[in-house]
Write a protein that binds this ligand. Structure first.
Ligand SMILES: CC(C)(COP(=O)(O)OP(=O)(O)OC[C@H]1O[C@@H](n2cnc3c(N)ncnc32)[C@H](O)[C@@H]1OP(=O)(O)O)[C@@H](O)C(=O)NCCC(=O)NCCS
Length: 231
C-alpha cells in the first residue's frame, strides 16, 4: 500500500516538474520527493503509535532536506513537493490528493487555536513558494495560493488568492471582487496613507487650495496649474 502511494508520488513529480528528466533523477536527487517518502514512513510509524521513531524520521528530513513536517500530518495521493527547503507543516494539517507545494510554504497554526489548528488543503490545490496558510482554514479544490501570500480565511474552490492579506483575485478564471469573502486584516501602510490624506484635505480646507489642481516638477521647486485647471 505504502509503496503504491510512493509510486504515485513519483509519477506526480515526473508529470508536474518540467525540469525532471527521468524518475531515477527524482528518486536520487529531489529533496521534495525524498522528504515526502520520509514523511510517508514517519506517518506510518505515528499511526502505529511508534511516536519516537516517527519523530526521529521527521527530524532526519528536517536536517537533510530543510523541510519540517509533523509526522501526524496527513497527505493524500500524488502530492508534489518542489525544492523542499523551508516547508513547514503542522500536526493537524490535512493535505488532499494531487496537491502541489513549493518551497517556503507554511501550513501552520496562528498560535491562538487548540485541537485542530492547522489548515485543510483540498484536492488539486497549488500553494506557491513562500505562501503562509495559517489556522484551521480550508483551501477549496483547485484553488491556487500565490507566492508570498498570507491566508487566514477559508478559500472557496477554484479561486486564486494573492497578497498580504490574501485576497481572492480570480474565481473560475474570472476576475473576482467580493469584499465579504476577502480577508480584512489591518494594513498599517494603507492606514498611514489614509491618515496623511485626511491631514492634506484638512490643510487644503484651511488655506482654501485644492492641491490636486497643481503639478510639481521633479526638483520640487516649481509648482504650476495642471492643464485641466487651466481650461
Ligand atoms: C498565483 C499564481 C499561481 C497565478 O495564478 P492564476 O490563477 O494563473 O492568476 P493570474 O496569473 O491570472 O494572476 C491573477 C492576478 O494576481 C496577480 N498575481 C499573481 N501572482 C501574484 C503574487 N504572487 N502576488 C501578488 N499578485 C499576484 C496577477 O498580476 C494578476 O493581477 P491582475 O488581476 O491585476 O491582472 C502565480 O502567479 C504564482 O504565484 N505562481 C508562483 C508559482 C511558484 O511558486 N513557483 C515557484 C517555482 S520554483
Amino acid at each position: 500500500m505504502l509503496w503504491k502511494i510512493i509510486k504515485e508520488d513519483l509519477a506526480a513529480a515526473k508529470e508536474k516538474d518540467p525540469a525532471a528528466r527521468n524518475k531515477l533523477e527524482i528518486i536520487f536527487t529531489y529533496g521534495g520527493f525524498r522528504g515526502l517518502v520520509n514523511h510517508r514512513f514517519a506517518h506510518w510509524f505515528w499511526q502505529h503509535k511508534m511516536f519516537f521513531i516517527a519523530k526521529l524520521l521527521s527530524a532526519k528530513a528536517r536536517k537533510k532536506y530543510g523541510m519540517d513536517i509533523h509526522p501526524a500530518a496527513t497527505f493524500g495521493k500524488r502530492v508534489f513537493i518542489d525544492h523542499a527547503v523551508g516547508l513547514v507543516i503542522g500536526e493537524t494539517a490535512e493535505i488532499g490528493d494531487n496537491v502541489t507545494l513549493y518551497q517556503g510554504v507554511t501550513l501552520g497554526g496562528t498560535g491562538k487555536d487548540t485541537g485542530k489548528r492547522h489548515p485543510t488543503i483540498k484536492n488539486n490545490v497549488m500553494i506557491s513558494c513562500g505562501a503562509k496558510v495559517l489556522g484551521p482554514v480550508t483551501i477549496g479544490e483547485y484553488s491556487k495560493i500565490g507566492s508570498g501570500s498570507v491566508v487566514l480565511k477559508d478559500v472557496p474552490p477554484h479561486c486564486t488568492v494573492v497578497g498580504v492579506p490574501g485576497r481572492i483575485v480570480r474565481q473560475n478564471g474570472e476576475k473576482y471582487n467580493d469584499d465579504e469573502l476577502n480577508q480584512k486584516l489591518p494594513d498599517p501602510v494603507l492606514e498611514e496613507f489614509d491618515r496623511l490624506n485626511s491631514r492634506i484635505s484638512a490643510l487644503e480646507k484651511i488655506i482654501d487650495v485644492n492641491c490636486s489642481e497643481y503639478e510639481i516638477n521633479e526638483n520640487l521647486d516649481e509648482i504650476k496649474l495642471d492643464n485641466k485647471s487651466k481650461e
